[in-house]
Design a protein around this ligand. Structure first.
Ligand SMILES: [Zn+2]
Length: 302
């Protein structure tokens, strides 16, 4: 195996490992891994012709014939980290950023990664069934990303996500509309298009993602409920501090806001404008705790 292919395999492992640490999101870690491996793909090219294939693509990509010969099964995983062109990686990473980032924020990195990985594997297996025994090289994160789309559609159809309609950027489109449209196009393309894009892998990944999400859904609901209860407990402590119209509005936003980071920003805003009920001094905000800067007053913390 090419030296750079070995490095790429190490990058796959490292990016998954890093994704499970607290500092980095799984989505961003996967994106970094894919980009670095694409860089390795480029520098391992021996010539730059249109049909040039790099050893990294050849050795880490999956071929349906492997299911018959029983070789290179590791490529079931590695294929989803390898891309064929700038456009291929650009669009996949853009979708991973938009869809994966949103899903991970909702269901947590472990569940998100399980869906991503399994959908990627199931997608390529589905494509292999259609192209049984063939030597065609299948690469790319699309199957895995399709899985994230399927999961997002099943779990949060009414939430709004940013979307591209060709070159037009739409900041808020309901998931059912954007992902639903995308899925309809994939299904239509299976019948229309015979080009190099593995639409069956997209559909396979998508269905796998939706199925896994429905299996995880009870656990996700319990976790969501717990988060909401913990937060309600906290906002009730803020009620007595919301003395002005401005603070009442901020509190209402804190209660409604679904995104943790935005909620925190509003909590900081709240702390900055509220005054200590005991001594009237300004308050400081540390994570989810509001404290008086001069006396011992503090709100209830988690
Ligand atoms: Zn005070």
């Amino acid at each position: 195996m090419n030296f750079l292919s070995w490095i790429a395999i190490i990058i796959v492992i490292v990016s998954i490992f890093l994704g499970f640490t607290k500092r980095v999101s799984m989505t961003n870690s996967l994106i970094m891994g894919n980009l670095v491996i694409y860089f390795l793909t480029i520098i391992s090219l021996e010539n730059f012709g249109f049909f040039a294939i790099s050893p990294v693509q050849l050795e880490l990509g999956f071929k349906p014939v492997y299911l018959m010969t029983g070789e290179n099964f590791y490529t079931l995983i590695t294929q989803m980290f390898v891309h064929s062109s700038i456009a291929h990686i650009f669009f996949n990473m853009l979708f991973l950023f938009l869809i994966g980032g949103h899903l991970e924020l909702r269901i947590g990195k472990s569940r998100f990664f399980a869906i991503y990985l399994l959908a990627g594997v199931i997608g390529v297996l589905m494509e292999s069934l259609v192209q049984w025994g063939s030597n065609v090289l299948i690469i790319g994160a699309s199957g895995a990303i399709s899985g994230a789309m399927g999961a997002l559609l099943l779990l949060y159809p009414k939430e709004e996500i940013p979307m591209f309609l060709g070159p037009i950027f739409l900041p808020r489109v309901p998931v059912w509309l954007s992902v639903g449209t995308w899925f309809a196009i994939q299904v239509a393309m299976v019948f229309v298009d015979s080009g190099p894009i593995a639409y069956t892998a997209h559909i396979g990944g998508f269905l796998a993602g939706a199925l896994l999400a429905s299996a995880m859904s009870p656990g996700i609901k319990v976790a969501d409920q717990r988060k909401r209860e913990a937060f309600r407990f906290e906002t009730s402590a803020l009620e007595s501090l919301a003395t002005t119209e401005e603070l009442k509005n901020a509190l209402a936003i804190i209660r409604e806001e679904k995104f943790e980071d935005v909620r925190k920003a509003w909590l900081e805003y709240f702390a900055k404008h509220a005054r200590c009920p005991k001594c009237g001094s300004p308050l400081s905000c540390n994570r989810y705790q509001l404290r008086c800067t001069s006396c011992d007053f503090a709100t209830v913390v988690k």
